[in-house]
Design a binder for this molecule. Structure first.
Ligand code: ADP
Ligand code: MG
Length: 340
């Protein structure tokens, strides 16, 4: 036996449990953007505004025009494992909302100063809840919800030290918003930093939104993709080989509307290019994969950035086929034009 004396087992205090749990979902300001915009979309928002101060580290506000939260449920919204989105295992297995874990607001309020203001469509005014004090007061705003997150990691200094420069955190916040904006061209988005409007994307068609978010060049040098096979539908745009990039910075994959990182899908796409990509050149793409919810598990990772397919081989094969077809169509066209 070593010289270490054994310490007794003790239950952790609630606040520390919440701070530990928050570590899984909140890594940086962009995590708050991801979670709060998810919530706004789940609430049926048609307009979402993001306002940032100091790269989102000092303050970050997401405002929506969604369904709102009734006054009596505001405190519940901040509780861990409290959600309006699922009720039982069946609903978990067929979940269609972005959220379902009931963790984000609780996590954010464990590691930041959070306040929540919301107004139902038929309510005479809004109510604002301050997470720390629990104070609930009347507030002024139109229908919908605003969530303000201030001083991220103020009470967990070790984690605050991991934050990068303001410019870097701002870039991550914008990237988080781009991921949402590409998937929801029907929703308007605007983002401000230090009072200055940085981006405004009005509701548009999917390809218009891609042009706005990724640039006209992406549209000019990509082809539309549309491929269905059984319970799978794959659509989007894939960049032509000559438009491949030195960095993997334009690769967006969505499964049932949720942005994911998936090695299997990335591999399937790359393999569809055969030997047309030189060296480490990276293809660009925006790919939406729609699949029956019972054929995919989205509850793999706390941030939901990973999924598990029941039949991964089939998904791989169909993604590869879909991308091949889109690329082949673009190669055939010039020849046909010459022949006629
Ligand atoms: P989840 O999204 O997994 O349910 P959250 O902690 O993100 O968990 O949110 C808790 C609950 O608060 C949600 O289930 C929803 O009822 C409510 N809520 C959060 N944000 C909004 C919003 N922007 N508009 C309407 N309701 C919201
Ligand atoms: Mg949520």
């Amino acid at each position: 036996v070593s010289g270490q004396t054994r310490r007794s087992i003790q239950e952790l205090p609630d606040e520390l449990i919440s701070q530990i749990a928050a570590g899984e979902v909140v890594e940086r300001p962009a995590s708050a953007v991801r979670e709060l915009v998810d919530n706004a979309l789940d609430a049926g928002a048609t307009q979402i505004q993001l306002k940032l101060t100091a790269g989102g580290v000092r303050a970050l506000v997401v405002e929506d025009d969604g369904c709102g939260i009734p006054k009596e449920e505001l405190p519940l919204a901040l509780k861990r494992h409290a959600t309006s989105k699922i009720r039982n295992l069946d609903e978990l297995e067929s979940v269609a909302t972005m959220g379902f874990r009931g963790e984000a607001l609780a996590a954010l309020s464990a590691v930041a100063e959070l306040s929540l203001a919301s107004r139902l469509g038929d309510a005479p005014h809004a109510w604002r809840l301050d997470a720390r004090s629990g104070e609930l007061v009347p507030a002024a705003r139109a229908r919908g919800t605003s969530v303000e997150v201030r001083e991220l990691f103020f009470n967990t200094p070790a984690r605050r030290k991991f934050l990068k420069t303001e410019a870097t955190e701002l870039a991550h916040c914008l990237e988080a918003l781009r991921r949402h904006a590409l998937a929801r061209p029907d929703v308007g988005f605007a983002v401000w930093h230090e009072g200055k409007l940085l981006e405004q994307w009005r509701a548009a068609s999917s390809s218009q939104r891609m042009a706005e978010v990724l640039g006209e060049d992406f549209i000019a040098h990509s082809r539309a993709l549309e491929h269905s096979a059984g319970p799978l539908r794959i659509h989007g745009r894939v960049g032509l080989p000559e438009a491949a990039r030195s960095r993997a910075d334009m690769q967006y994959v969505y499964v049932n509307g949720r942005y994911v990182r998936d090695k299997l899908i990335a591999h399937a796409i790359r393999s569809a290019f055969d030997d047309q990509l030189h060296g480490s050149r990276q293809p660009s793409y925006v790919l939406f994969i729609d699949i029956a919810p019972e054929l995919v598990d989205v509850n793999v990772h706390p941030t939901k950035i990973e999924v598990r397919f029941r039949d991964g081989r089939e998904v791989h094969q169909q993604v590869r086929r879909g991308v091949q077809q889109a690329l082949a169509a673009s190669r055939v066209q010039p020849d046909e034009a010459r022949d006629t």
